[in-house]
Design a protein around this ligand. Structure first.
Ligand code: AOF
Ligand code: ZN
Length: 387
């Protein structure tokens, strides 16, 4: 019998947490490099205040919720997707605001991966006598802050790989034609992704073939820097990317073999240059990821082509995948398949999505999900096991 009320309590808390998660998700693309956070203040079974972190540098979710609730916060339960902060960043600590307002209980989705906060927010609230529960819908709450956690823990951005392919797995026909493989509705989804990330990354071959703009149309909450992997600095000055470089930033990632005159010309045309010291394709990509992390880019969208996607998978840097599969078959051994690179040897080494989501988009299948990191093993381990 004694279990019953707490079970019911837990179910109710999950419902509130789900609402807080919904709120938080509305901030996608608006708060990075900060995490998305949602918060409810609940009293006598009703919401007396709600809030979300809306913009980088702006008030935290708890503060917005407290403002809404006013004096009703006294004795209320705070349901928040992320551990309240206890440090002074761009804003004052949320723990103190909750304590001051007389909140009696705090229900937290997950701990803050930020080492300045991690666990200390909880300690502070408990020390002030508040009842604290941690871990309600923890997996979902951790998933919400995964890009923020990756950036803060590894200094690298969250890598989203996106491509559109035919039913037989090609990115383009044998002549390089790719307009259009996916439906307008699928392309609209792609543009929505573009509008929330910090960078859109492509290889030089893609630019040479498509003269792509790599902008979000219509624009989203965030303007991505367009990044071209271009070891020899071949990006044409008359390309649409370079011609618009003054309006939307372009970063050209070049290798040691790039000629200084080419680099100078691109710089004069308004492009930024990042130069790798390494002639090795994998080291080049590793270095660029570190550079993007240094710039506090939280999420980047890699759009291809096959070689770049191959490099991303070969270096195990992909975190999330969005694929549009169109019911068209074009054949051709010369037609590029979606992911190049070296690839894996055995199916047991395959990158696999966790609980992928499927949506039908005017005939296309839109499949998305995160890469299962728990399953991932070093190729060497797999080799050892097979001996
Ligand atoms: C919260 N509630 O809504 C968010 C939190 O520079 P600041 O003051 O905005 O602090 C940013 C840090 O605060 C961020 O790195 C993360 O640890 C935490 N984010 N915490 O209590 C919120 N967005
Ligand atoms: Zn805070």
């Amino acid at each position: 019998m004694s279990q019953r009320p707490s079970d019911r309590d837990y179910r109710e808390l999950c419902q509130w947490m789900r609402q807080a998660l919904e709120l938080a998700r509305q901030s996608w693309g608006q708060v990075e490099p900060n995490p998305m956070v949602g918060c409810l203040l609940v009293k006598d079974g009703r919401v007396v205040g709600q809030g979300r972190h809306r913009r980088f540098g702006g008030p935290h979710a708890e503060v917005e919720a407290l403002e809404q609730s006013g004096a009703e916060a006294a004795g209320a339960t705070c349901v928040v997707t992320l551990e309240p902060c206890c440090h002074r960043g761009k804003t004052a600590p949320c723990t103190e605001a909750l304590i001051r307002a007389g909140v009696s209980r705090v229900v937290i989705g997950c701990l803050d991966p930020n080492p300045q906060v991690h666990g200390r927010g909880v300690d502070r609230l408990r020390a002030a006598g508040l009842d604290v529960t941690v871990g309600v819908l923890e997996d979902e709450c951790l998933r919400l802050v995964a890009p923020f956690a990756k950036l803060i823990q590894t200094g690298r951005p969250w890598v989203i790989a996106k491509w559109a392919m035919t039913l037989d797995g090609h990115l383009a026909s044998r002549t390089g034609d790719s307009k259009w493989i996916s439906s307008p509705e699928s392309r609209e989804r792609g543009h929505r992704l573009r509008g929330g990330v910090d960078a859109i990354v492509v290889g030089i071959e893609t630019v040479l073939a498509d003269d792509c703009r790599l902008t979000a149309r219509p624009p989203g909450p965030r303007t991505a820097t367009r990044v071209v992997l271009d070891r020899r600095a071949r990006l044409p000055l008359e390309s649409r990317l370079v011609r618009t470089a003054h309006d939307v930033p372009v970063l050209v990632a070049v290798g040691p073999e790039a000629e200084p005159e080419r680099i100078g010309a691109l710089e004069s045309a308004g492009c930024q240059i990042w130069r790798s010291d390494s002639a090795d394709r994998l080291e080049f990509w590793e270095g660029l990821q570190r550079e993007m992390g240094r710039r506090e880019w939280t999420q980047i969208l890699v759009e291809g082509g096959a070689r770049v996607l191959g490099t991303c998978f070969d270096t195990q840097s992909v975190d999330e995948v969005h694929v549009f599969v169109s019911p068209k078959i074009i054949g051709g051994e010369q037609a590029p398949s979606a992911v190049g690179g070296v690839g894996v040897a055995g199916i047991c080494e395959a990158f696999e999505l966790v609980q992928p989501q499927f949506t039908a988009l005017s005939g296309d299948i839109y499949l998305s999900g995160r890469i299962d990191r728990s399953k991932h093993r070093e190729p060497e381990d797999i080799h050892r096991e097979s001996i």
